[in-house]
Design a protein around this ligand. Structure first.
Ligand SMILES: [Fe+2]
Ligand SMILES: [Fe+2]
Length: 358
């Protein structure tokens, strides 16, 4: 019965990734599906940046990125158990943008949950977003895994409430990548206390997956690839034998391991951000494990964008990056080394040299 329907592997090939699919190390694939009863898959779409122009007009390119992710996610076989949207659904937090984004996400055939991004938040501090998507932070359990969603894009009260003449100005100031008027993201004391109480009830052997928008690790402050209280949040996750953090915001592939905590970023459907060291000549604080992407080609509008499906195997995550114009990537936790690895691109002989044209 399934012969005429695309399965996930053939779907990957159909998506123009025959090379990546056929070069996946077989042992990793077998490992991921070694115990199908315990394993499950969910999809992760992020950073759509739906941007309103006027009337019914929206920036076409960003719309198309999200539409394509939704359409492809709906084709997945086996079906993902649920879908996460990782934040920055809107560009400037406008109702029209959030409504339009929500309409596109509503086409997903699966239960969908959302993470707050700074582009969604700083116009009305998440008020309208809440009407569409609910709580800013929450937790849920699924097949023996405890999931937590955090709003990691909060910042100092003085910056949020007292500095700007209008909500629109505040939003504009936070929307710039390298704007010195921005302010560091943080989870904040109140939410950390909620997290502490939430995790108190969870057995420390239970696999834990935390979703945030900004990285819960410090990569580059100048662009807010950063969460100011990352160490305090990490301390709450540290007692768990298997803790995984999945974040958006950076629009590029990053992965890292700090103690028991694995970190994985997801791609944007809208556009890629460059690397701090290649664009701003900034000190490279990228996690040592990360192998930089080849930079985007502006002549391919979907270059260096995409979405991912995630295998949860005995409580660890393997991210399958479905990249529209590029060879797909897979970053999976390797129990033998205790860290996430990209077995294709981490081979030094096959690394792509950093480009300097930025
Ligand atoms: Fe973003
Ligand atoms: Fe963001």
């Amino acid at each position: 019965m399934t012969e005429n329907r695309p399965n996930r592997r053939s779907f990957l090939k159909g998506a123009g990734a025959a090379v990546a699919a056929s070069s996946l190390p077989l042992s990793l694939v077998e490992l991921a599906f070694a115990d199908p009863a315990q394993n499950f898959t969910f999809a992760y779409i992020s950073d759509a940046h739906i941007q309103h122009i006027e009337g019914a007009k929206f920036v076409r390119n960003w719309d198309r990125g999200l539409l394509r992710a939704v359409a492809e996610t709906n084709l997945l076989v086996p079906k993902p158990d649920f879908v996460m949207f990782g934040g920055d659904l809107a560009q400037l937090g406008a109702k029209a943008e959030l409504d339009h984004g929500a309409e596109i996400l509503a086409r997903l055939k699966y239960k969908t949950r959302c993470v707050m991004g700074e582009h969604d938040y700083y116009l009305d501090l998440g008020e309208y977003w809440s009407k569409l998507f609910g709580e800013h932070h929450y937790s849920f359990d699924h097949k023996g895994v405890h999931f937590v969603v955090l709003n990691s894009v909060l910042t100092y009260d003085e910056w949020t409430y007292h500095r700007w003449p209008s909500a629109e100005v505040r939003m504009q100031e936070m929307a710039g990548l390298d704007n010195p008027n921005g302010s560091p993201f943080m989870v904040g004391e109140k939410q950390r206390e909620w997290l502490r109480q939430d995790l108190e009830k969870v057995d420390k052997a239970t696999p834990l997956v935390v979703f945030s928008h900004s990285p819960l690790q410090k990569i580059y402050k100048g662009w807010n690839f950063w969460t100011e209280d990352a160490e305090e949040v990490q301390a709450l996750l540290a007692p768990f034998a298997k803790a995984n953090v999945i974040y958006g915001h950076v629009h590029q592939i990053q992965y890292n391991q700090i103690g028991n905590i694995s970190f994985n970023s997801v791609m944007a459907t809208a556009w890629p951000w460059p690397y701090p060291q290649s664009y701003a000549q900034a000190q490279p604080h990228l996690p040592k494990l990360t192998v930089p992407m080849n930079r985007a080609n502006p002549f391919f509008e979907r270059d260096a964008t995409g979405w991912q499906f995630i295998d949860v195997n005995t409580g660890r995550v393997a991210l399958e990056y479905n990249l529209y114009n590029n060879t797909n990537r897979r970053v999976a936790f390797n129990p033998a080394t205790g860290q996430p690895e990209d077995t294709v691109y981490q081979d030094p002989a096959r690394r792509i040299a950093p480009q300097i044209h930025y």
